[in-house]
Ligand binder design. Structure first.
Ligand SMILES: Cc1cc2nc3c(=O)[nH]c(=O)nc-3n(C[C@H](O)[C@H](O)[C@H](O)COP(=O)(O)OP(=O)(O)OC[C@H]3O[C@@H](n4cnc5c(N)ncnc54)[C@H](O)[C@@H]3O)c2cc1C
Length: 433
């Protein structure tokens, strides 16, 4: 087994072209146990340490959008395409503002449908007769507090209880993230949810490997997602290719689906280059020249550290700001200083109350659920999904966006219902607001 894993990890390091600053190494049983104190003593004979990347996908998407706006893109949220027409000359999309109901039309020489698991639905607006291109596979993750699964900063890869698949156990934000599963999905693509079987599968794996007795009540958060897999052959979704495909949808419209989060730049590059070629443009994708986040982490930390100390903001919040906003963390501190919102948004978590104001002003957060699910990740890492006692989320969004009592109540209840549906569990405390 040691030889098998060793060979696999050499291959993994080679695939990363040895770009990681360190390559894998073997660990003794004692070294492994010290990294994972939840392991029962004497049960394992050793481990391997290797290096990988982790991200917060919502923050990555936001950083891409901010960079796109800087170089001229117009972005819109809550605005699905509800109709499309196209010809060799160009295309027109009918878009509906789903909050106001307003309808507007967008014309372009070319369009790209990058609709993830919704791609078939969007493409059917142009070609209702076409065969579906995608199959979806559901994957779920559970989150726990760091106190419930003690571990150092290293992630662990553990077998499931039947020893058929491996699960990641990853220190993520201020929690521990465990997943994932890979099951064929044929339900509503707008509402995948964690079910009893999913939760049991992950809990059984954790309890069988670690010296833990976790149950539904231990779960801090849970979410389900659908992988858009390009249809290939019959069989389990786990065997389907994770490669992406760029293809013609209709005259002047191309599509891109499949792929992985880690290949997003490559996917964008392929789609843009395809359009550049079709339009005889003088240059193609510039993605390799666009930097996200920050170019000088040390300088940013220094600038933030001094101001944060003056404002009484703890180090954990400063790290969280850097991780979430890159250089824009300085603008969040500006908001904290101007408004006096230097305390936490939800007690016990590093996100600042000022982030509610900043994301409403600068990141198009217009629903409570935007703030709690897609700007901060409190809906995942906080047992009460950001709604418990002491939470300022609803109150601050209401003040920023001029919500009255009734609207605030609807926002709280809508967020609560969405989280409960996705977790497959009730939130422990009644909502405030
Ligand atoms: C459980 C799970 C684990 C995963 N783990 C990893 C991993 O470890 N590493 C990795 O690299 N990848 C991973 N992936 C895969 C990765 O998340 C996906 O490949 C990636 O998010 C797909 O990106 P996308 O832009 O193609 O689609 P999406 O991110 O789904 O974007 C599609 C967008 O289209 C929008 N949309 C839908 N309908 C319309 C409409 N009518 N009009 C306008 N817009 C519309 C949606 O709102 C959405 O924003 C995982 C996926 C899952 C589900």
């Amino acid at each position: 087994m040691r030889v098998k894993f060793g060979v696999g990890l050499w291959a993994y390091d080679a695939l990363a072209s040895f770009r990681s600053n360190q390559i894998h190494k073997h660990l003794s049983a004692e070294e492994t146990e010290s990294m994972l104190p939840a392991l029962p003593e004497g049960k394992i004979t050793g481990g391997f340490l290797y290096y990988d990347c982790k991200t917060d996908d919502a923050r990555l998407v936001m950083e891409v959008l901010v960079a796109a706006v800087r170089i001229g893109a117009v972005v819109a949220n809550y605005s699905p395409v509800i109709g499309m027409e196209s010809s060799a000359e160009g295309c027109e999309a009918t878009v509906q503002d789903s909050l106001s109901g307003d309808i507007f039309r967008v014309r372009a020489k070319r369009a790209v449908v990058a609709g993830g698991v919704w791609a078939d639905r969007i493409e059917n607006l142009l070609r209702p007769e076409k065969e579906d291109r995608l199959r979806s596979s559901k994957g779920i993750h559970l989150l726990f507090s760091r106190a419930d699964i003690p571990m150092s900063n290293a992630a662990a890869l553990i077998p499931d209880a039947e020893r058929e698949r491996m699960l990641f156990v990853i220190p993520w934000l201020d929690s521990v993230l465990v997943g994932t599963t890979d099951t064929e999905y044929s339900g509503d693509i707008d509402a995948p949810a964690v079910d009893d079987g999913d939760r049991k599968y992950v809990l059984d794996a954790l309890n069988s490997v670690f010296d833990l007795d976790l149950n539904d009540a231990s779960i801090a958060g849970a979410y389900a997602g659908l992988r858009p897999l390009v249809k290939g052959k019959e069989g389990a979704t786990a065997d389907l290719s994770r490669r992406h495909a760029v293809y013609d949808v209709a005259p002047s419209v191309i599509g891109i689906t499949g792929g992985k989060l880690t290949t997003w730049r490559r996917m964008a590059e392929d789609a843009v280059n395809r359009l550049a070629e079709e339009l005889d443009a003088s240059r193609g994708s510039r993605t390799e020249h666009i930097r996200l986040g920050t170019s000088d982490l040390a300088a940013l930390n220094l600038a933030l550290g001094r101001r944060a100390e003056r404002l009484g903001i703890p180090d954990a919040s400063v790290s969280s700001l850097v991780r979430s906003y890159g250089n824009r963390a300085l603008s969040v501190l500006d908001v904290a200083e101007e408004t006096g919102l230097t305390g936490p948004l939800v007690p016990g978590h590093p996100m600042l109350a000022a982030e509610a104001v900043y994301t409403a002003h600068s990141e198009m957060a217009i629903r409570l659920t935007d703030l709690l699910c897609r700007r901060t990740r409190l809906a995942l890492t906080n047992r009460e999904a950001g709604l418990g006692i002491g939470s300022r989320a609803a109150e601050l969004m209401a003040a920023e966006l001029d919500w009255g009592y009734a609207k605030t109540k609807i926002e709280v209840e809508t967020h609560r219902a969405a989280v409960e549906l996705e977790r497959g569990l009730s939130l422990p405390l009644p909502a405030t607001g």
